[in-house]
Write a protein that binds this ligand. Structure first.
Ligand code: NAD
Length: 354
C-alpha cells in the first residue's frame, strides 16, 4: 500500500499495540507499521496459535516490543495499552469447530478478552480501537459460538463509543489468505489443503456441499483496511463496522484451477492434475459481502483480487506448506523434539523485549 504524506505522518508519529501480532494477520500489520516508521509497535500475544517465526522479519527492530501475555488477564491488557495511540485488536480464538466444542473458552477469549482490551484501551485514552470482526457474522447468521462472539465485539464497541466516547472501528474480514497463512488455521483452510494435494499430484477434493462460492481476501488488502482505519480523519467513518473483502465470488472449482495454473510454474506435471467438477444447486446462494460503505467512508480500494493475491503468495505456499506439514508430523511423533523451524522459534522466545 502506498501511503499518502498525511497517512505516513500519522503512522510515523504514533505508537501501536497489535494484539495477536504473532499470528497470521497481526504479524503483517505489525511489519507494515514498523516499515512505515511507526514510533513504537508493541505486540501482545500468548502464542496460542501464533508463531515466533511470523515475527522473525521485525523481531529485532529497535521500535518493536513484545509482551507474552493473555488478553483474559486485565492487568496484562492495562500494561499493554499504556502509552499507546492506536490499538489493533486481533487476538482471538479463530476456530469455528473449537467454538462449537468448547464455547466457554471461545467466549472467555473472544468476548471477555475483547471487553478487557476495550476497558484497558478506554482507560489508557487511546486515540482509536480498531478490531477484527468477521464475515461469519452474516455467513453463519450467528449460528456458531464464534460468530456470536464476534457479534458481541461489535455490540460492545458500539456501546463503549456511545457511553465513553472511545473511537472504534470494526473490520469484518472474509476468508483471509497469503504468506504466513497457518495451514492449521480454521479460515480458508481450503487453500493450503488444495496446495498440498496439488503438490502431491492429487486431485483437490471438493466436497459438493462446499462447492458454492466463497469470498477470499488477500492479506495486503486487509493491511490496507487497517491503515485506513488508523488514518481516517472523516468523523462519519469512525464508530462503524466495515466489510473487508474483494466482492468476488469464487467457486472451489475455480480456486483449484487457479492454484493448479500457478503451481504448475514450479512443477510442470501439476498442470495435468484433474480438477473434479462438483455441481451444486447452492452455487448462487452464498451471500457476498458488499464493500460500498468501506469504499465510501474509509476509502478502501483493495488492490488484489483472489488471483492477484495467489500470484503473490503461491511461491510462499509452495516453499513452506510441505515443510510446515512435515514439521507437524515430526512434532506429533516426537513431542518435545524441535525441528529446524521450531528451534528458530525458540531462539526468539528467549529474547526479552519488555
Ligand atoms: N484469517 C481469517 O480469515 C479471518 C477472518 C475473519 C476474522 N479473522 C479475525 O482476525 C483476527 C486474526 O486472525 P488470524 O487469522 O491472524 O489468526 P491467528 O490465529 O493466526 O492469530 C490470532 C493470534 O491471537 C493470539 N491469541 C489467541 N488467544 C489469545 C489470548 N487469549 N491472549 C493473547 N493472544 C491470543 C494467537 O496466539 C495468535 O497469534 C482474529 O480476531 C480472527 O478472528 C480472521
Amino acid at each position: 500500500m502506498q501511503l499518502t504524506p498525511n497517512q505516513a505522518e500519522r503512522i510515523s508519529t504514533s505508537s501501536f499495540l497489535v494484539t495477536g501480532g504473532a499470528g497470521f494477520i497481526g504479524s503483517h500489520i505489525a511489519e507494515f507499521l514498523l516499515a512505515a516508521g511507526a514510533q513504537k509497535v508493541r505486540v501482545l500475544d500468548n502464542m496460542a496459535t501464533g508463531h515466533f517465526r511470523n515475527m522473525a522479519p521485525f523481531v529485532n527492530h529497535a521500535r518493536f516490543e513484545y509482551i507474552n501475555g493473555d488478553i483474559r488477564d486485565i492487568t496484562t491488557c492495562n500494561a499493554a495499552c499504556k502509552g499507546i495511540d492506536y490499538v489493533l485488536h486481533h487476538a482471538a480464538s479463530g476456530s469455528v469447530p473449537d467454538s462449537i466444542n468448547d464455547p466457554i473458552t471461545t467466549n472467555n477469549i473472544n468476548a471477555s478478552g475483547f471487553l478487557n482490551m476495550l476497558v484497558s484501551a478506554n482507560e489508557a485514552h487511546v486515540k482509536r480501537f480498531i478490531y477484527a470482526s468477521s464475515a461469519s457474522i452474516f455467513d453463519d447468521g450467528h449460528q456458531t459460538p464464534y460468530a456470536v462472539s464476534k457479534y458481541i465485539n461489535e455490540l460492545y464497541a458500539d456501546v463503549f463509543a456511545r457511553l465513553y466516547g472511545i473511537e472504534t472501528i470494526g473490520l469484518r474480514y472474509s476468508n483471509v489468505f497469503g504468506q504466513r497463512h497457518d495451514p492449521q488455521s480454521a479460515y480458508a483452510a481450503v487453500i493450503p489443503k488444495f496446495v498440498m494435494q496439488l503438490t502431491k499430484h492429487e486431485s483437490p477434493v471438493i466436497n459438493v456441499d462446499d462447492e458454492y462460492s466463497h469470498d477470499f481476501i488477500y492479506i495486503e488488502n486487509v493491511v490496507q483496511a487497517n491503515m485506513l482505519a488508523v488514518c481516517t480523519n472523516e468523523p462519519r467513518a469512525v464508530n462503524q463496522v466495515y466489510n473487508i473483502t474483494f466482492e468476488e465470488r469464487t467457486s472451489l472449482n475455480q480456486l483449484a484451477k487457479y492454484l493448479r495454473e500457478l503451481l504448475s510454474s514450479f512443477d510442470e506435471s501439476i498442470a495435468r492434475v484433474k480438477i473434479p467438477n462438483a455441481f451444486t444447486q447452492k452455487h448462487n446462494t452464498h451471500p457476498v459481502a458488499f464493500v460500498q460503505k468501506s469504499k465510501k467512508l474509509l476509502g478502501y480500494d483493495p488492490a488484489y483480487s483472489l488471483r492477484a493475491g495467489l500470484l503473490k503468495s503461491a511461491g510462499w505456499y509452495w516453499a513452506y506448506l510441505p515443510r510446515l506439514a512435515e514439521e507437524k508430523k515430526l512434532l506429533k511423533k516426537q513431542p518435545g523434539q524441535y525441528t529446524t523451524t521450531v528451534s528458530l522459534d525458540r531462539q526468539y522466545e528467549n529474547n526479552q523485549f519488555l
